[in-house]
Design a protein around this ligand. Structure first.
Ligand code: ADP
Ligand code: MG
Length: 255
């Protein structure tokens, strides 16, 4: 049996008295492409943000490659992880946000070279080579010297994906990467995500409302509702033969 690369074990996340994740159990295997669907407010973004250590949890354990994100057991006691440990864990993951979050005052090329140089210590030459390769992969070789505001939303989001990939993460997280785009620009971004999924090298976790796309590219679809996984399974099963009433209601509303 393969060890899951991501594991949520009875994870509780609260904001004040509002429980967002209620003893969530969730696992992702290495190389798997998992899509999370579900109503607004069901905790989808929170799951990704916890993995990026942008949010703390109140109970349970989150592990990436078998190592807990925040707490390590020493002589049976739980102790908070060090900043160094968190940095190491964060480097395993890349995230693409709905609002592209590019550095506005940097060229496209510099957006891609900055973190590899500052965080990974790559030379300017190596970082530039890596960036150029990635820009070619996302079809933006001719845009390297532009600034984000000179690009379309679809182009900016492809830069966002390339920028995350420049850190060579093992896991890519996408939080509604096409929700902020004009409809005619959605396809070019989905095409890049589809290419990545087809390569089967990365583990991918995608939150999306693009049901057709989820159905085509996912190994597994998870339907989140009220901070729990209401139902999950292979896309063809979940979309054509949902077992739970809540899943049926949701799919009826969005399909
Ligand atoms: P989704 O991505 O599924 O729409 P989220 O994970 O963003 O849902 O949010 C889940 C719930 O947590 C929502 O009810 C939201 O209002 C609440 N929430 C998210 N972030 C915060 C925060 N920083 N402070 C308080 N409540 C929050
Ligand atoms: Mg969200």
């Amino acid at each position: 049996m393969t060890e899951p690369i991501i594991k949520f074990d009875k994870v509780v996340k609260r904001f004040g008295s509002h429980t967002v994740l209620d003893h969530l159990d969730f696992e992702v295997n290495p190389g798997e492409m998992v899509t999370i669907i579900g109503p607004s407010g069901s905790g989808k973004s929170t799951v990704l943000r916890i993995l990026m250590t942008l949010e703390q949890i109140q109970d349970g354990v989150v592990t990436v490659e078998g190592e807990p994100l925040w707490h390590e057991r020493k002589n049976g006691d739980l102790v908070p992880a060090s900043e160094k440990h968190l940095r190491k864990m964060r480097e395993k993951l890349g995230m693409v946000f709905q609002q592209f979050n590019l550095f506005p005052h940097m060229t496209v090329l510099r957006n891609l070279t900055e973190a590899p140089r500052q965080v990974l210590g790559l030379s300017k030459k190596d970082a530039t080579e890596r960036a150029e390769e990635l820009l070619e992969r996302v079809g933006l070789s001719d845009q390297a010297s532009k600034f984000p505001h000179q690009l379309s939303g679809g182009q900016q989001q492809r830069v966002g994906i390339a920028r995350a990939l420049a850190m060579r993460p093992k896991i890519m997280l996408f939080d509604e990467p096409t929700s902020a785009l004009d409809p005619e620009l959605v396809g070019e971004v989905l095409k890049v995500i589809r290419q990545l999924a087809n390569e089967h090298e990365l583990t991918m976790l995608l939150v999306t409302h693009e049901m057709q796309f989820a159905r085509q590219v996912s190994d597994r679809v998870c339907f989140f509702d009220k901070g729990r996984i209401e139902e999950q399974g292979p896309p063809d099963e979940l979309f054509t033969n949902p077992k739970r009433e809540r899943t049926r209601e949701f799919l009826k509303a969005v399909l």
